[in-house]
Design a protein around this ligand. Structure first.
Ligand code: NI
Length: 253
């Protein structure tokens, strides 16, 4: 498991007086795409490492409810290959500004590599709330990294239920999507070819999805201002508001 500082604002002590999430608060489902998380050289390396690797039934790693609807295959643990795969993927994840801003990662789990062949799918489910074989962590954000181009398979869309209907995600190889782990989602049946993905789960410094969404949007404006007009009072105000909102809402595990 890897621990990250967040966006240059490492919070030295746990915050006190964090308001409990409001149960009436409408649950927000923010999907954020991360284009080109992996470049073609990294993808090539991953495919090279995965070639000839053994995959096993994905039910072995699913929680009780999820295993009833899960039908895919996951990379069997070959520690040496896995370590090399982690190094390739984690290097990119750690450097992705969009990922850091959207997920505000406190802990990032080791990746799982999953394969769907024709007839495989993963029915409606929410991800397990607590994971980790050693130290436990809460899953706030889920991430899927697409490793095969969309032309390589039919079906296999990641389908996420949102207040505005279902949203289907099927991205270019190397692109990723992050979404709240609490959202109901599924993987549509693969009818041709092979869907290959890397998956991970993140405990965020900000557990509430709506608060993360606000921070993400504010951070977009902040970063734009810091680039275009770094010395203005407007920029300084927006920057301070972002940093102090993060301080107000962050929980340091
Ligand atoms: Ni899932």
């Amino acid at each position: 498991m890897i621990f990250y500082a967040v966006c240059g604002a490492l919070i030295p002590v746990p915050c006190r007086g964090i308001p409990a999430p409001d149960p009436e608060h409408e649950f927000t489902i923010m999907l954020i795409e991360i284009p080109e998380l992996l470049n073609s050289a990294q993808l090539e390396k991953i495919h090279e490492l995965l070639a000839g690797a053994r995959f096993v039934d994905g039910k072995l790693t699913a929680g009780m409810a999820a295993s009833r609807v899960k039908q895919n295959e996951e990379l069997a643990l070959d520690p040496e290959v896995l370590q090399r795969l982690y190094r390739v993927v984690m290097a990119s994840v750690g450097h992705s500004e969009i990922f850091r801003s959207a997920a505000l990662p406190a802990k990032v789990a080791d990746f799982i590599f999953a394969r769907y062949q024709p007839g495989m799918h993963y029915g409606d489910h929410v991800d397990d709330p607590i994971m980790g074989q050693g130290p436990k962590f809460r899953t706030d954000v889920s991430m899927t990294v697409f490793l095969n181009p969309p032309q390589a398979y039919d079906g296999g869309e990641l389908v996420i239920r949102t207040p505005f209907g279902e949203q289907q995600v099927k991205l270019e190889a190397g692109h990723a999507v992050v979404y709240p782990s609490a959202s109901v989602h599924r993987v549509a049946d693969v009818t041709r070819g092979e869907r290959l993905v890397a998956l991970t789960w993140i405990q965020s410094f900000v557990r509430d999805a709506a608060q993360r969404e606000l921070l993400y949007e504010l951070d977009q404006s902040r970063q734009q201002l810091l680039r275009s007009d770094p010395d203005s009072d407007l920029t300084k105000n927006v920057d301070r508001s972002y940093v102090n909102l993060l301080r107000m809402w962050a929980e340091v595990p």
